[in-house]
Design a protein around this ligand. Sequence first.
Ligand SMILES: Nc1ncnc2c1ncn2[C@@H]1O[C@H](COP(=O)(O)OP(=O)(O)OP(=O)(O)O)[C@@H](O)[C@H]1O
Ligand SMILES: [Mg+2]
Length: 392
Amino acid sequence: MKIAILSSSSQSLATLSALLESDNASRRITRHEGGIAELRNVAEQVRPDLIIIDGTCRDAADLAIVEQLTMQYPQLFIVMLSAQQDAELLINAMRAGVREVLPSPVTREALAAAVLRAESRAGLRNTPRRATVIAFIAAKGGSGATFVAANVGHQLGEEGRKTLLIDLNLQFGEALMLLHDRKAGSDIAEVARNLARMDASFLGASAVPISAQFSILAAPDDPAQALEVKPEHIDAILDLASANYDYIILDVSRNLDDFAVKALDRAGKIFLVTQTLLPCIRNAHRMMSVFRSLGYPQEKIEVLVNRHARNGEIGLEEIRASLGIAKLHTLPNAYKEVAKAINLGLPLSAVGKASPLFRALAELTLSLQSKPGTPPGGLLSRLLRHSPGRPS
Ligand SMILES: Nc1ncnc2c1ncn2[C@@H]1O[C@H](COP(=O)(O)OP(=O)(O)OP(=O)(O)O)[C@@H](O)[C@H]1O
Ligand SMILES: [Mg+2]
C-alpha cells in the first residue's frame, strides 16, 4: 500500500508518518511538504493508493482541485485532516470525492482505522476474489455443526478452492482440534487486538494451515480472551478475508447474540445443522422463526439433517413441513469413522473416503460450488449426465 502525506508543515509530516510507519512496516510512505496546489504532482509522480491531506484544503477552490483529481483517478482514496469540522465542509469534501474527513490533530486510532479501510478497499480492488461466506450453526449442542463445517472446509480446499474457516465459538471453539494436533500460534482474539495494523497477508498468516488451500482462524485458547472480540470486528475481518479467499466458512455459536447475528447477516448461506430428535427439531423450529424475524430470505437457509437414519420415528417430510423449509440435506451416521478421524485429528477423507458419510459431505461440498442455473441432482446423476453415450 502506497501512502502519500501532503502537508504544509514539516512537523506534521514527521508526526503523521511516524504514526503510520510504527503501525505497519509493509506500508510505503512518502512525505510531501506543500499546499493543495501540489496535490496533482504528488498523485501523478508517486501514484499512491491513499493520499492524506493535512490541513491544506480550506475552501471551495481547494476542493475543486481535489475534485478534478478524484474524477480522473476514481480509485484514489483521499483522507482529509481538518481542524474545522462543520457540516458544510464535510458535505463539500464528500462531494469532491474525499473518502474520509478526520478531525485534526488526528488520533492514532482514527488514522489507523481510516488507513485500514483504504487498505481493505485496495485489497478488494487488486484481486478479483470475492469470497462466498457460508455459516454453519447447530440447532442443539452436539448436532455436528463444527464437524461438518470443518470437513466441508477441508473438502473445498481439496477441490482447489482457497478456503478459510473462522471459528466463532469464541469461548470454547474446537474446530482446529478436529483437524490439527497443536495449538494455534495466533487466533481470532489476536487478530481483533491488532486489527488496526492488519492487512490481508497478516490475517492469512494468523490462520493455521491445514492443507495447501485450507486454513483455520482458531478461537482463543483462553476463554477470557474471547471478550476482546466484538461484533464490529467481524465486518473488518470478513472484509479483509473476502479479498483473499474463495470461501469463508463460519462456525457460528448457537447463542444468538449480537456477535452470532452479525456473522449470520454476512453469510450468503446458512446451514442449520440438526438431528432427527424431537428437542433438535424443536430448537431448529425456533431458530427458523428467529431467521425469519431477522428478515433472511428462505433460500438463504438450508437444513442439514445429520446422523440421519432411514426409518426413524421422525420422517424428513415431517421435518420439512415443521421447519417450512425447501432445501434439506441428509448426512448419515458414521460413528466409527468419525471417532477415528477426530481421535487422529484428521479430516474424514483421510480415514473414511469410502464411507457413505464422506460421500454425502463431498456431494454437499459440490452443491456449494454449483452456479445458479446448474441442473439439480446428486453427484451420481451429475456424473451419469456427463458420461459418454448419455445425452446431457
Ligand atoms: N454424521 C456423524 N456421525 C457420527 N458422529 C458425528 C456425525 N457428525 C458429528 N458427529 C460427532 O458428534 C459430536 C458433536 O459434533 P460437533 O462438535 O461438530 O457438534 P456441534 O453442533 O458443533 O456442537 P456444539 O454446539 O457443542 O458446538 C462430535 O463428536 C462429532 O464428531
Ligand atoms: Mg460446535
